[in-house]
Design a protein around this ligand. Structure first.
Ligand code: SAH
Ligand code: SF4
Ligand code: F3S
Length: 448
């Protein structure tokens, strides 16, 4: 271990994949002797792990960088150097444009190069030149990011697949994360055991398109996500398993069956549909119709009747009419979601949809978003209301804001607040639900 008394400040934007990558960078920096700080003025190294999915997310990075530049200038006056690094999907998508727009940035590092982070930081420190590293060297990142695992919560992320080959016409991910790549089973099992040894009770398997997982199994042949889930369920100490995010086209029978017969696999599925209009689905290149999605949900519910469903929606995709927007509401009513995310379409440079005619005006997008969200929020409220008076097993993840309060999740991913004496973090306890709201439940511990 190198001894170092430097501090770093790390801010993470975007999806769970970035959270996972940030955890791995944290571990690598800790091994190099860096300490984390939440005070920019004390940071010798600042890393922004960025997201490029919508314009707002990407622009936020530049306003943050302006503020960080000012801190860097102030520190320089006091004789202290600061390295500013931009990681993540903006780094991958914009590369050199970042240092051109904000010259205070020293290092631009794409998601496939994080194993080189310590080396690249050292190089910027010695040369004081801009470094832009956005190659796609495949699986090297996972191989070389080896550092002792730490878990900050009993629910731990585990990346099993990266990249996407689907090319939805609105989406930057195939460009920022590259082609689909699945990690081999043996590597994932080893990491799962480390996570459990470090205190994880739940594993959330991550991938931009996780149900397209096709990694190398023990016999050398390729296995799917269902088989991976079964292998991980066999590991002692793995109480709960989840996976995200899935594509409807990759939801095969084997995976549906796993929802019926793997007790550790939680009855919750995030399965983005984006729109309920076949015209829009085709223009988005989603490769399925609204009826096919509804039929798929029917088959999943036949296997696991109590499954809670979640989705992502985009409103105002180019060419979307009132009727298309209505079709989305109709689909939502037909399915019934426990929760969902919905966004206004944001044109992303380099994606096919960005140059389509018939971009939808901003005020129409806002109107349609409001309408959709009102319906989805109502469904979420109703879904949670059904838990009233029930006894539910809750895995407690952290302490709450009130003294003696703990926060955890039900199998259906609902957030639960409950009070208890002693320590509940990392334990599963039954909670009798006494109160339900749109985004959380409250209750009392029924039996440990
Ligand atoms: N791989 C996942 C999620 C990718 S990004 C999937 O296949 O669905 C998460 C969500 O962001 C998407 O599901 C989509 O709803 C939204 N999104 C992606 N690109 C967008 C864009 N250009 N404008 C608005 N929302 C977008
Ligand atoms: Fe983006 Fe998901 Fe479509 Fe892939 S499947 S292009 S990640 S929205
Ligand atoms: Fe954003 Fe990249 Fe994730 S664009 S949503 S951080 S894969």
């Amino acid at each position: 271990m190198r001894h170092n008394t430097k501090s770093y400040y790390l801010k993470t934007f975007g999806c769970q994949m970035n959270v996972y990558d940030s955890e791995r960078m944290t571990e690598a920096l800790a091994r190099d002797g860096y300490r984390e700080t939440d005070d920019l003025a004390h940071a010798d190294l600042v890393i922004l792990n960025t997201c490029h999915i919508r314009e707002k997310a990407a622009e936020k990075v530049y306003s943050d960088l302006g503020r960080i530049r000012d801190v860097k200038v102030g520190r320089k006056r006091d004789g202290k150097e600061t390295v500013i690094a931009v990681a993540g999907c903006v780094a991958q998508a914009e590369g050199r444009e970042i240092t051109a727009r904000q010259p205070a940035v020293d290092l631009v590092i794409g998601p496939q190069s994080y194993h080189r982070l310590p080396e690249l930081i050292a190089r910027t420190e010695s040369t004081r030149k801009h470094i832009v590293e956005t190659e796609f060297p495949g699986d090297e990142k996972f191989e070389r990011m080896k550092a002792p695992r730490r878990v900050s919560s009993p629910s731990a992320f585990l990346t099993v697949q990266e990249g996407c080959d689907k090319f939805c016409t609105f989406c930057v991910v195939p460009y920022t994360r590259g082609a689909e790549f699945s990690r081999p089973l043996a590597k994932i099992e080893a990491e799962a055991r480390e996570l459990v040894a470090a205190g994880a009770r739940e594993l959330v398997l991550l991938g931009q398109n996780v149900n397209a997982y096709h990694g190398e199994g023990h016999s050398g042949r390729s296995i799917g996500l269902a088989e991976l889930i079964r292998r991980l369920a066999d590991i002692d100490g793995v109480e709960r398993l989840r996976y995200t995010t899935s594509h409807p086209r990759d939801m095969d029978d084997d995976l549906i069956t796993a929802h019926a017969d793997v007790p550790q696999l939680m009855p919750f599925l995030h399965l983005p549909v984006q729109s309920g209009s076949d015209r829009m689905l085709a223009a988005m290149n989603r490769k399925h119709t609204a009826a096919e999605y509804i039929d798929l949900i029917g088959r999943i519910r036949a296997a696991r009747p109590d499954i809670a469903l979640s989705s992502d929606f985009i409103v105002g995709f180019p060419g979307e009419t009132e009727e298309d927007a209505e079709d989305t509401l109709t689909l939502v009513k037909a399915v019934g979601f426990a929760q969902a995310f919905s966004f206004k379409y944001s044109a992303r440079p380099g994606t096919p949809a960005a140059t389509l005619d018939a971009q939808v005006p901003e005020d129409l997008k806002s109107e349609r978003l409001q309408c959709l969200q009102a319906l989805l929020e109502n469904q979420q409220l109703e879904f949670n209301a059904r838990s009233l008076g029930q006894n539910v097993p809750v895995l407690f993840e952290r302490r709450g804001r009130q003294p003696g309060e703990f926060v955890g999740r039900t199998p259906y991913l609902q957030l639960v607040h409950a009070a208890a004496e002693g320590e509940l973090v990392g334990r599963t306890a039954n909670v009798a639900v006494t109160e339900t709201r749109r985004v959380s439940l409250s209750g009392v511990i029924a039996a440990a």
